[in-house]
Structure formats: structure tokens, C-alpha cells
Write a protein that binds this ligand. Structure first.
Ligand SMILES: [Zn+2]
Length: 290
């Protein structure tokens, strides 16, 4: 039986853990990625993509966020394609917002299931939403699943980034971009061989904040300060003046990237957990900024 003092302590512990929320679980993120991959090749406009989309929305409905979509049809080299960005907002009270984003489409190629490329960002964001559930917020945190990151054929300015280009324009006109303290994009972060790119297009202030958070948590080896420019879903927001950073691991470029070998056995729960832990710390640091 609990003495009054023990009861008080256990109630305090329960309150604290509720306030802190769930820790980011790499194992849960990996499991969610596996469910996404099980839908098969998920290129934009495909039936498997539609099934995956319904599953993501169903899952988010249990996460306690406000769900909305940004649906549109865009011309592509293969004709018009219907796209849908999925948006999950956890409200804060500052009037400012932080976006955490990634893509959930896979490249249109026969047999390509994109465990790392498309899958890992999907599983990551679903688990990230689970960690935000019930956690008090200073700023709004907006989780976005971008559709149409991949080129329908070969990557060009017009054949790529369909979802992020559309949402950046929409948020420019409705004022959301002006409220964003930062946009943190993740892509291909599940690779066992964990080493992110010091992505040179990214806003240096936010990149420094994220890399500094990684250093403080003991993850410096996966966050080297060398890399090069990578075009990804953060680009349309950078062009709109948003402080955006891309967290991308391109170690797979010479091994399985954009091949049928991009499968679940290439991924590690540990890699997801490092990125999740670093981004939760980064959110805290951003929330301390005005
Ligand atoms: Zn890709």
C-alpha cells in the first residue's frame, strides 16, 4: 500500500512523465516504416499510395493533432497527377510555429519500395507525432508529410518537389511561412550507416543549432561538418525566406539509393532514434528563441 508521501511522489512522477511525453523510440519508428513499405511501391497517384495515405491519416487521428490536407493536381511529364500533402498540427500559444517535414512518396520505378527513401521519413514523422502527443507546446509544431518529392522521370526544377513547392506557395499567401521559426526536413535517415550531410543550402543558423544539439547529446560522429548541397523539400521554403534545414544521409548513394535494394534490411532503429532525439532537443532550443 502507498503511504501519503509515496502516493504524492508517485503522482508527481506520473505528472512529470505525462508532461514530458513519450521518448522517441527508434524501434517504433522502424516498425512504422515497415508498415509503410508493406504497401509496396508508393509513387504519387498510385493505388498503393492512396492506401498508404489512408493509413497515415488513420494513425495521425490517434495522435491528438489537428489534421488537414493540401490536395492539388499538377501537370507532370506523365500527365496530370493528384497530390496530397498531409498536415498534422500540435497547437502552442506563442503565435509562432516550427515545421517538421519529410516525404512519403517513393520514386516511380518497377519494384522500388523505398525503405530508406520515402519509408524512413514516413515512419520517423509518425513516431515524432507520438512523442509530441500530450506534451505542452510553446510554438505550434506542424508535421508535414510531403507528396511528390520524387521526379516522375528525371529530376528537374519542374519535375520534382511537387508537394513542397505547392505548400510553400500556399503558406506564403496564408501567412504561415511568416510564423515559422524554422523548418526541419528529414529524408533517408534510417540507413544503418549513419552519417548525415552538412547540407550547404540549409539556413546556417538552424543547421548550427541542430548540429550543436547533436554534439551536446554525444552524436557528433553522425553529424560531420562537411557535405555539399542537396536539393530536397526544404528548398521551396528557403526560397520563400524560411529558415530551413535538411537532415539527409546520402551514404547509400553509391550502394542502394534509387535501386530495388532499398529495403528494410538496410535500416537501423538506432539511426531513427538518434535523429528523433536530436530533433526533440532542437525543438526545445527553438522554443527558447523569440
Ligand atoms: Zn529519392
Amino acid at each position: 500500500m502507498l503511504t501519503p508521501r509515496l502516493l504524492a511522489v508517485s503522482l508527481l512522477t506520473a505528472t512529470l512523465s505525462l508532461a514530458a511525453g513519450k521518448n522517441f523510440s527508434g524501434a517504433d519508428a522502424l516498425a512504422a516504416t515497415g508498415k509503410a513499405v508493406a504497401f509496396g511501391p508508393r509513387h504519387s497517384g498510385s493505388p498503393a499510395m492512396a492506401r498508404q495515405r489512408a493509413w497515415i491519416k488513420q494513425t495521425l487521428a490517434t495522435r491528438g493533432c489537428t489534421l488537414s490536407v493540401d490536395a492539388f493536381t499538377a501537370p507532370t511529364p506523365d500527365g496530370p497527377v493528384a497530390y496530397e500533402n498531409i498536415i498534422c498540427r500540435f497547437p502552442g500559444k506563442s503565435g509562432k510555429a516550427i515545421a517538421v517535414t519529410g516525404h512519403y512518396d517513393t520514386k516511380k520505378m518497377p519494384g522500388f519500395v523505398g525503405a530508406n527513401d520515402g519509408g524512413s521519413s514516413t515512419g520517423f514523422l509518425l513516431e515524432f507525432a507520438a512523442t509530441l502527443q500530450g506534451r505542452p507546446r510553446v510554438d505550434d509544431v506542424i508535421i508535414v508529410f510531403f507528396d511528390g518529392e520524387e521526379a516522375v522521370r528525371d529530376w528537374t526544377d519542374s519535375d520534382s518537389l511537387y508537394g513542397s513547392r505547392h505548400l510553400a506557395a500556399k503558406w506564403q499567401s496564408d501567412g504561415t511561412n511568416a510564423k515559422l521559426k524554422a523548418l526541419l526536413n528529414v529524408d533517408m535517415i534510417g540507413d544503418k550507416n549513419f552519417r548525415l550531410v552538412w547540407e550547404e543550402n540549409s539556413a546556417s543558423s538552424v543547421r548550427n543549432l541542430v548540429w550543436g544539439a547533436a554534439d551536446s547529446l554525444g552524436f557528433s560522429s553522425g553529424f560531420p561538418r562537411q557535405g555539399g548541397p542537396v536539393a530536397d523539400d526544404h528548398m521551396p521554403f528557403l526560397l520563400a525566406g524560411v529558415r530551413a534545414v535538411d537532415l539527409i544521409n546520402f551514404s547509400s548513394q553509391s550502394t542502394f539509393w534509387h535501386t530495388a535494394k532499398d529495403t528494410m534490411d538496410k535500416l537501423s532503429a538506432r539511426s531513427f532514434e538518434i535523429v528523433g532525439t536530436v530533433l526533440l532537443r532542437s525543438l526545445e532550443l527553438l522554443e527558447q528563441q523569440k
